[in-house]
Design a protein around this ligand. Sequence first.
Ligand SMILES: Cc1ncc(COP(=O)(O)O)c(C=O)c1O
Length: 334
Amino acid sequence: MSAALPVLDRLDRVRLVHGPTPLEAMPRLSDRLGGPRIYVKRDDATGFAAGGNKGRKLEYLIGAALKAGADTVITAGALQTNHGRQTAAAAAKLGLKCVLVLTDAVTDRSPAYHASGNLLLDRLTGAEIRRVPASTNVDEEMARIADEKKRAGRIPYVIPVGGSSPVGALGYAVAGEEIAEQSRALGLRPAAVVHATGSCGTQVGLLLGLAATGIPVTGVCVSRPKDDQEARVKALLSRTVGELQLDAKLAMLAVEADDRFIGPGYGQPTPGMIEAVRLAAECEGLFLDPVYTGKGLAGLIQRIREGRYRKDDSVVFVHTGGLPGLFVYDEAFP
Ligand SMILES: Cc1ncc(COP(=O)(O)O)c(C=O)c1O
């Protein structure tokens, strides 16, 4: 049992995720890379609303919103946010209204990027979509919309970008705990757990869920330089430990981010991402996304090529979802 889960038992929760998600071997990918035994944690298969990591955070975030008596949730992200799609779907399922503040932050994208993929799914849920320029301060915008909704007699609950509040981050500890238990059952001691890191809640959750095992967690950055990302993960970790009154030692867990795979910017394709998406599909029939998991696996592949793991090591890649985004990047895979 991790140090985080007893606290989770006391928090309000709605059930969204079909868990535990599988931990599967990827022998053909391991062979192709001539590297360690690679396992994938299938959090693309969390089941609810086309899957992905945010379902786990939302079980507790929506639980907190309902406890606060909210009838409306407000969140924000890029136009193709997976978090927005899963939040809109969770709100629909629980009978809440949802407002999505979507920034048009990724340049040079196709018409499909501006109309389909996650955006299509958002529309189907009936969410109110507010598209704003890239320069918008979304926290201020969400606060402004919350005031507007209050004046209209509604009770809003603001969920931060990526669902990465302390409660959301702690919700992801369940995934770390599952990896720990499944590794034990398979007789593995992973040399690393590797995943894409953005708004930091996934990394904080994995660190907390795996804390008792000492298995290192590496976040592959999708948007920010290493120092900035590590500082943000540490800040959210320490807020989570403080606000949820976890063992203070957990705030000192080692945080590692690798920023070499972002390329020209968030949401911009890279050769490494394209290779990773292709290899996962060709070797394992596993579909990644271009914004997060493609870059995350590109990071793991490069680290394998650098000889960071021994051939008899095992490593775990966390597939955090995002498939709807693949369809709006078809031009990246001619
Ligand atoms: C598919 C996918 N993977 C990984 C992440 C990163 O998770 P986090 O924002 O918690 O760092 C996201 C966040 O939006 C995502 O949508």
